[in-house]
Design a protein around this ligand. Structure first.
Ligand SMILES: [Zn+2]
Length: 376
């Protein structure tokens, strides 16, 4: 019985093996066909999914870019960070609570899509955040006027992770009735400008000049800042608007310290007080040993000079008239407290054109200079 059973099993398995062999041969082709077809289907569906995702992301980028032109509502969604920790925390949060629930949902959808679409990019959408002076930051205690807030605009999907502090010169009511130390070590000013050489204190924020057409310098610098902000955002930079309105209650030290702690480079926009349409130049670090050996100038003056040269090259290449060699030495409060590459750029003087078209050309020149400085 056992023998017979074994024989039957052997015969049966022989038949099955033979059948399986044939079936395998003919099925082999079908299977490969099926597998090719199914992978085509899966590629197709993946592609169409990616296209859909891309569309969603693109739509949101456009939507958020539009939002930058209406900063008032967006600004309200951010509480001003009071401490460094809070600032860092606020930085991490790319979506903040807003007044309306629908907007909240829209924002969370937006973030989800950005995460899906471009993990590698610094994608925070073009949101804004107010940043005030933190009393714990180095040199903050030298400031006298610091109740105002700078506003950080984040680049969209094309973000490169570099933040530029755009400082619209002047525009601080009451700024000329306060005085601050020229240098953090209390030493005297080495060149004469708005404040004479030898002085140890300077006006906290001067009022600036008035153009020959009656425009206050602070109005032109703010217009310039807004045009430059848009140009830089379009190139992927985050922009820290030190003054994001006609007035900001931040003196030159507060502006500098905020830039030091929240950006990669600080560019202050000015026009000079002469009336010869002499062209653009940057305020170079005075070649005075005692000044160049004082911190934080000692550790940073070479960076200031390199940035200044890049900006002048960019402006020149875009057709802007340059004064002399594009440089004038000046002992500035800004330079004296800067711990990042930092420049005061004078874009012309009282008689220079400051219409929209000129501002656009200037913004391209400055942005080209920034690109070149950061090797982009
Ligand atoms: Zn000025």
């Amino acid at each position: 019985m056992r023998k017979k059973f074994i024989c039957q099993v052997i015969i049966l398995s022989g038949i099955l093996t033979a059948c399986a062999g044939n079936a395998g041969k003919s099925r082999g082709i079908d299977e490969s066909k099926v597998s090719v077809e199914s992978s085509i289907t899966s590629v197709e569906s993946k592609e169409s999914r990616e296209v859909t995702d891309l569309k969603v992301v693109k739509k949101n980028v456009t939507a958020s870019q539009e939002e930058t032109t209406v900063p008032e509502s967006a600004k309200e969604t951010f509480a001003a960070p009071e401490t460094a920790t809070e600032t860092a925390k606020a930085k991490e949060e790319s979506t903040k609570p807003v007044e309306e629930t629908s907007k909240k949902e829209e924002n969370s959808k937006k973030e989800e899509n950005f995460k899906k679409g471009a993990d590698s990019n610094q994608v925070d959408s073009n949101q804004t955040k107010e940043i005030g002076l933190d009393s714990g930051w180095e040199y903050a205690s030298f400031s006298k006027i610091n109740s105002g807030k700078a506003v950080l605009y984040k680049a969209g999907q094309n973000g490169n992770g570099i933040t530029i502090a755009v400082n619209a010169g002047h525009g601080t009511k009451g700024g000329s009735s306060q005085k601050t130390l020229c240098h953090p070590d209390g030493s005297a000013k080495v060149t004469s400008g708005t404040t004479k050489a030898g002085a140890t204190t300077a006006i906290a924020v001067s009022e600036g000049m008035t153009f020959s057409d009656g425009t206050p310098e602070s109005t032109a610098t703010f217009e310039m800042a807004k045009v430059l902000k848009d140009e830089l955002l379009s190139r992927g930079y985050n922009v820290l608007m030190i003054r994001d309105g006609n007035d900001v209650q931040l003196d030159n030290i507060a502006r500098t310290v905020i830039a030091n702690n929240n950006s990669s480079a600080h560019i202050a926009l000015h026009w000079d007080s002469t009336s010869s349409n002499k062209g653009a130049f940057y305020m170079g670090v005075p070649d005075v040993a005692s000044y160049k050996s004082m911190e934080p100038v000692a550790s940073n003056w070479k960076k200031h000079e390199a940035l200044g040269k890049s900006l002048i090259n960019g402006l020149s290449q875009n057709g802007t008239k340059i004064f002399s060699k594009g440089r004038m030495e000046m002992d500035l409060t800004q330079t004296s407290y800067s711990t990042i590459p930092s420049i005061d750029i004078e874009l012309g003087d009282k008689t220079s054109d400051h219409g929209k078209d000129t501002l656009r050309i200037l913004s391209k020149g400055i942005a080209d200079g920034i690109d070149s400085y950061f090797g982009r």
